[in-house]
Design a protein around this ligand. Structure first.
Ligand code: FAD
Length: 376
C-alpha cells in the first residue's frame, strides 16, 4: 500500500513549491512505503512537474482548476475521497497548516477515520507522536484503522530535499467547486504585501503587545524585517490589534514556524505562542520585563524597551549591509537609551549557521544595560 501526500499548490506566480511540502514528504519516508503526491490547483501541472523530481516521491497526480479558483475544503475533501476510494492508500498526510488543518478532518469524516493532528514523529504505521497542551506534552497515539489521516507539524521535520529523475505524472479531471454548494466565498487576499513567507523565512521578526500601537509596528517592526529580509509574525494580541493579518499569527492556533533566527519583540512567552516557534534554531527575545517567560526560551535576551533597541538593530544591520557582508564587526551605540552597546557581527540573512558567534549583546562602555545575557 502507498502513502498519499496532499501537496499545497502555489498561490502566487513565480513561487516555487513551499518547503512545507518537502517536510511532509520527508516525514513519511520512515514508513518505507511508496509515496504518491497529489496537488490540486490553478498551477497544479507546474507543481506536479516539480514534485516528480523530488526524491522520495514515487508517483504524482494533479488536477487543474480554473485560474484563481479557490478550492473550498468541503468540496476538495469530496474530490479527494473519490480519488482515494479507487486506490489503495494506507496513509493520507498533509501539513498541519491552514490548508491541511482545514482539509484532513473533513476527509477523515468522509472516509470514516479518526484523524491524528500535529504529528511530530511517525514511529510506525499506526503509532504517532503528537503535541498537546500547547506543545508541553507529547502524546503517543496507537491508531488501528484502514486509512490513517495525519496532519504533520512540518516545522519538526527537515525540509531539505534531493532531486531524482522525474517519476510518472498523472493528470486527473479538472476540479471545480460545485456552484450550488456555497459554504464559503473567497473575497480577497488581505495579506498581499510583498514580504517573506513565514513558512520559508530564514528570519522572523515577531511582535507582541509590547509594541503599543500600529504606528510603532510600522516604524519599528516593518523596517527591521525589511532590513533583515525577514518574515513578519505576531502574537495573538498583535494580530488582534491589527498589526498583521491572521496569516501572521504564530502559535497554537496559528502557524508553526522554524526559522534560523526568531526575534520576539514585546512578547511575553505564553505557552500558546511558544508552541508555534519552538522549532526555531536561534531565538532572540527583547522585552522590558526581566521576568518575562520568553527569556527562559531564548538563546539571547535583551531587557530593553523595544522603542530604544529596535532602531539600533535596524541601523546595525544597514551598516553591515553597507560594508558588504562577512567578517565586518559593527558596533552601534544605543544613544540615549542607556541600555548599552549592541554589537552585531557578521550578521546577514544568508550566513546564519554560527549565529551564536554572530549576534552578541554586550555591556556598553557608555551605559549599563539593565540586564543582558547570552545563554550558552
Ligand atoms: C486556546 C488559546 C490559544 C491561543 N493561541 C495563541 C497563539 O496561537 N499565538 C499566540 O501568540 N497566543 C495565543 N494565545 C494567547 C496567549 O495565551 C497570550 O495571551 C498571548 O500570546 C500574549 O501575547 P503577547 O505576549 O503579545 O502579550 P502580553 O502577554 O501582554 O505580553 C506583552 C509583553 O511585552 C512586554 N513589553 C511591554 N512593553 C514593552 C516595550 N516597550 N518593549 C519591550 N517589551 C515590552 C511586556 O513585558 C510583556 O512581556 C492563545 C490563548 C488560548 C487560551
Amino acid at each position: 500500500m502507498a502513502i498519499l501526500v496532499v501537496v499545497e499548490g502555489k498561490q502566487k506566480g513565480g513561487q516555487t513549491l513551499s518547503p512545507v511540502n518537502f517536510a511532509v514528504i520527508n516525514a513519511v519516508q520512515k514508513l518505507s512505503q511508496p509515496v504518491h503526491a497529489i496537488v490540486v490547483g490553478g498551477r497544479a501541472a507546474d507543481c506536479a512537474t516539480q514534485l516528480s523530481t523530488i526524491k522520495g516521491v514515487d508517483q504524482v497526480f494533479y488536477a487543474e482548476t480554473p485560474s484563481d479558483h479557490w478550492q473550498v475544503p468541503e468540496q476538495l475533501a469530496v474530490f479527494l475521497k473519490d480519488f482515494i476510494d479507487t486506490r489503495d492508500y494506507s496513509h493520507i498526510v498533509a501539513a498541519a497548516n491552514f490548508v491541511g488543518k482545514n482539509l484532513i478532518p473533513r476527509l477523515a469524516a468522509l472516509l470514516g477515520s479518526e484523524p491524528v493532528s500535529e504529528v511530530i514523529n511517525i514511529i510506525d504505521g499506526e503509532t504517532f507522536e503528537r503535541l498537546s497542551y500547547a506543545g508541553r506534552l507529547v502524546e503517543t497515539w496507537v491508531v488501528k484503522q484502514e486509512h490513517q489521516l495525519l496532519t504533520v507539524k512540518h516545522s519538526h521535520f527537515s525540509s531539505d530535499y534531493q532531486r531524482q529523475p522525474p517519476v510518472s505524472v498523472v493528470k486527473l479531471d479538472i476540479f471545480v467547486n460545485q456552484p450550488e454548494v456555497r459554504c464559503a466565498q473567497w473575497l480577497k487576499n488581505i495579506d498581499s504585501e510583498d514580504r517573506a513567507d513565514l513558512s520559508t523565512a530564514k528570519i522572523i521578526v515577531a511582535a507582541g503587545a509590547g509594541i503599543a500601537t500600529k504606528d510603532e509596528f510600522e516604524h519599528l517592526i516593518k523596517p527591521l524585517a525589511k532590513a533583515l529580509n525577514a518574515g513578519i509574525g505576531g502574537s495573538r494580541i498583535a494580530v488582534d490589534k491589527g498589526y498583521c493579518g491572521s496569516g501572521g499569527l504564530i502559535g497554537q492556533t496559528g502557524k508553526s514556524v522554524a526559522p534560523a533566527l526568531y526575534i520576539a519583540i514585546g512578547i511575553s512567552g505564553a505557552n500558546q505562542h511558544l508552541a508555534g516557534m519552538q522549532a526555531s534554531k536561534y531565538v532572540v527575545a527583547i522585552n522590558n520585563d526581566a521576568q518575562a517567560p520568553f527569556f527562559q526560551h531564548a538563546d539571547y535576551g535583551l531587557v530593553a524597551d523595544a522603542k530604544a533597541v529596535v532602531p539600533a538593530l535596524i541601523d546595525a544591520h544597514v551598516a553591515i549591509v553597507g560594508v558588504g557582508g562577512l567578517g565586518c564587526p559593527v558596533s552601534t551605540y544605543l544613544a540615549g537609551a542607556g541600555i548599552g552597546k549592541l554589537t552585531l557581527i557578521d550578521h546577514d540573512s544568508v550566513s546564519l549557521t554560527n549565529l551564536h558567534r554572530q549576534v552578541l549583546f554586550t555591556e556598553s562602555d557608555i551605559g549599563k544595560p539593565k540586564a543582558c545575557y547570552r545563554s550558552a
